[in-house]
Design a protein around this ligand. Sequence first.
Ligand code: MD3
Ligand code: FE
Length: 244
Amino acid sequence: MEWVRITSVTCDDMAYLFQDKQAQEVLIMDDLFAEMKSPEPSRQDLAEGAVLLRQRALDVEDKLLDGVCQISNRAPFRNMMTPGGFSMSVAMTNCGRAGWVTDRRGYRYQENDPETGQPWPEMPDVFCELAEQAAAEAGYEGFSPDACLINRYEPGARMSLHQDRDEKDFQNPIVSISLGLPATFQFGGLKRTDEVKKYLLQHGDVVVWGGASRLFYHGVLTLKDGDHPKTGHVRYNLTFRKAY
Ligand code: MD3
Ligand code: FE
């Protein structure tokens, strides 16, 4: 029998191991179960330039959620209007020097919250440190976001297929952090009609989108109801951008 060192185990791997007659004799099951109870972050390439770091945000989950709570006390979540006159099902707020907004005049970044006229709340250190580290791990050294858009999905909310092209320089990646309820994310190509792949983004997952994938079409399918121990009936997504 040949021994292999297994450094990361998913539930699919476990199902496979249980099916494999030879592997049933393996004596490292204790290690496998230990890892299932406290999983380690793992890395997966989604497309050219796009890297999924599963569970990468878990060690600071409470600090991130605390930050979202503090920010939304000063800059409340709101359902913005698209230029076409539709109210978005995803509620949004921002922190950092610039915030992404939309209204009848169009999509843009601006330094004041249109609801209050006040500057957006400062980006907490734990936010930009994680974004910068994740970008570096994905191969984008020196990422320094000046904008963080915070999306709040309640059951029924969705985001249709779009490109992120309101930023000045597409050389900079975008980093996204998912918290709370899982959502199915759609990821296509440079053309709206390109075939899309679907990925489940779960609590603690971090994705870095740069290089060729930076302008790929993407969206989020309608959020299903659920109950997450940290967020209840809600999914949050934080996207870190360099707007200027
Ligand atoms: C791929 N948010 O805010 S995050 C958005 O889950 C947005 O709330 C989604 O799309 C969400 O604009 C998806 C993943 C994401 C973010 C930016 C990207 C994927 C991206 C930019 C380019 C390519
Ligand atoms: Fe987007």
